[in-house]
Ligand binder design. Structure first.
Ligand code: PLP
Length: 419
């Protein structure tokens, strides 16, 4: 571990929660260099919905590389990109009667968020954006400006502006957040200008697994229509099948104006990000948002393969079955472990809110899990939500084993904190 401590910046973070050197990974498991195995309830922070080193995708990468196909392409036309675009249209857009245009952005999610904000401002000619408390959208200046964590915002080193934070659905008792936004726009003394866009995660992931209700999402869509405001859904973490259907907003039957995808869109953990734009909003001039790495060819190859894999394996149905198991397990086996424990979730993203035990206890739970061979992350205010986010392809056996490890760990901590 010495090399990292001496040579790598203090900014490193996940390695502090999982202090081993990882070397191999397959499916729903990671392995350290000394051979310890870990069940993965983290899935690369949502980038590994199809598991590690998925065989179907791996075979296609190996073939592509072995044939000296193009590896770097900026935004030039390439065969790999064409194949992905056509597959995306066939598997995702056409069956849903969606006519989005695709914009390939720089490799990470945050760059696509930047592009979405720029485009919304350009289309509407307004500077403001409404974002939600508890939301996370990335760490570059634009995306950080709409990320609500105060400590993360401080790292910007300058004021982050042109955003109005709104409480997320049901997060403030008795407050109808849609009515509140209406008021901001209609009260001539609200001190708030009409925004270009409202940006949201339909399930706040880093914010503690807060699942927006269907009616609220529909009302938000209506609010945006009524006031000529763009609706941007950041589906970077909870898109690509995490909640069951491919998009997280499908359950509400709404169509956002702009959708942001990254993380699991490439399927294999390779960097890639994408905007889906309603055609009439595509008013970009050529090169107005650009970047050297907008054409990760290997990611295009695996992204196409991922869509084929999803269809062939009926992943949507698999998620429904696994969701039913997790929901029941958490309700019957974990919630009763202590008063004040709460569970929330949908599809294969779940949270166990242990705020009642405190931040230190939450850390202890996660550390115990790791000692017992389970990798998971914490989320929410003060990191007090234990987050369950395995690959969608996890076996039922390993899903169960992971849940049992969490139960053991929470029981132990509840006992020592006498809850
Ligand atoms: C909802 C959401 N938006 C944006 C991002 C930023 O993506 P990236 O870390 O790839 O820049 C993340 C990352 O966790 C995310 O979960």
């Amino acid at each position: 571990m010495k090399a990292f401590e001496i040579l790598e910046s203090n900014v490193r973070s996940y390695c502090r929660s999982f202090p081993v050197i990882f070397d191999k990974a397959k499916g729903d498991h990671l392995y350290s260099e000394t051979g310890e195995s870990y069940i993965d309830f983290f899935a690369g922070a949502g980038a590994l919905n199809y598991g590690h080193n998925n065989e179907y995708m791996k075979a296609q990468i190996l073939e592509y590389v072995s044939q000296d196909r193009i590896m770097h392409g900026l935004d030039m036309y390439t065969k790999a990109k064409e194949d992905f675009i056509l597959a995306f249209s066939e598997h995702i857009l056409q069956p849903r009667a969606l006519d989005y245009k695709l914009q390939f952005c720089g490799p990470t999610g945050t760059n696509a968020v930047e592009a979405a904000l720029k485009l919304a401002r350009k289309v509407k000619g307004r500077t403001g954006v409404f974002a939600f408390m508890g939301g996370f959208h990335g760490m570059s200046l634009g995306s950080l400006s709409i990320t609500s964590s105060n400590s993360m915002r401080e790292s910007a080193g300058l004021p982050l502006s042109h955003v109005t934070f709104i409480p997320y659905e049901a997060s403030v008792e008795g407050l109808d957040t849609i009515r509140y936004m209406e008021r901001l726009l209609t009260d001539t003394h609200s001190g708030t200008a009409k925004p270009a866009a409202v940006i949201l995660e339909t399930v706040q992931a880093e914010g503690g697994i807060n699942v927006a209700g269907i009616e609220w999402l529909q009302n938000l869509r209506q609010f945006c229509d009524d006031h000529d405001i763009l609706m941007i859904v950041d589906d970077i973490q909870v898109g690509c099948g995490r909640t069951g259907p491919f998009f997280s907003f499908e359950r509400a039957g709404i169509v956002p104006d702009i959708v942001i995808l990254s993380k699991s869109i490439s399927g294999y953990g390779l960097p890639m990000s994408l905007l889906l734009i309603r055609p009439e909003l595509d008013i970009w001039s050529p090169g107005e948002h650009n970047g050297t790495f907008r054409g990760n060819q290997l990611a295009f190859v695996t992204a196409k393969a991922a869509l084929e894999f999803r269809a062939a394996e009926r992943l949507g149905e698999q998620v429904r079955e696994k969701e039913a198991f997790v929901a029941q397990y958490l309700k019957n086996e974990i919630e009763p472990l202590g008063p004040g424990l709460h569970i929330r979730g949908i599809g294969l993203i779940w949270g166990i809110d242990v705020a009642v035990l405190g931040e230190e206890a939450a850390g202890e739970i996660a550390r115990n899990c790791f000692k017992n061979g389970l990798i998971l992350e914490r989320a929410g205010r003060n990191d007090t939500v234990i987050k369950i986010m395995p690959p969608l392809t996890i076996s039922m056996d390993n899903l169960k084993r992971g849940c049992e490890t969490i139960k053991e760990s929470i029981s132990k901590v509840c006992y020592s904190y006498s809850v």
